[in-house]
Design a protein around this ligand. Sequence first.
Ligand SMILES: [Zn+2]
Length: 130
Amino acid sequence: MHELPVTQGILSIVLEAAEQAGSYPVQRIDLVIGTLSSIVDDSVQFYFDALSAGTLAQGAQLSFRRVLATLTCGACGYQAQVIAPLPDCCAACGSTEVLVEDGMEFYVEAIEVEEPNNACSNCEINPDEQ
Ligand SMILES: [Zn+2]
């Protein structure tokens, strides 16, 4: 159930960014999730839909990008991308001197807002600048 506070955090980041961008409705949010972070996409979407009701982010589409963890062997230098449950020794030489990096990410990568089209399509002059 740890998706709830995580989703609240995302929403506040998104709303702040949307306000800075001119308070336009948010259309799309790109999230990066490490495979080891045990965050469930569907739960995030569920909480997001509930929390974002009535805000600029209401109805925004969430997109999830999974980041794999990388295991590096300290003994032989073997590297591999791994998922949970993590191996506790090297698949190449059997050493337990393994280091796992990445895979715990969880952040907002990009936000797309719906910007009004003020530019004149014939002359490409923005009326806001006149
Ligand atoms: Zn090894």
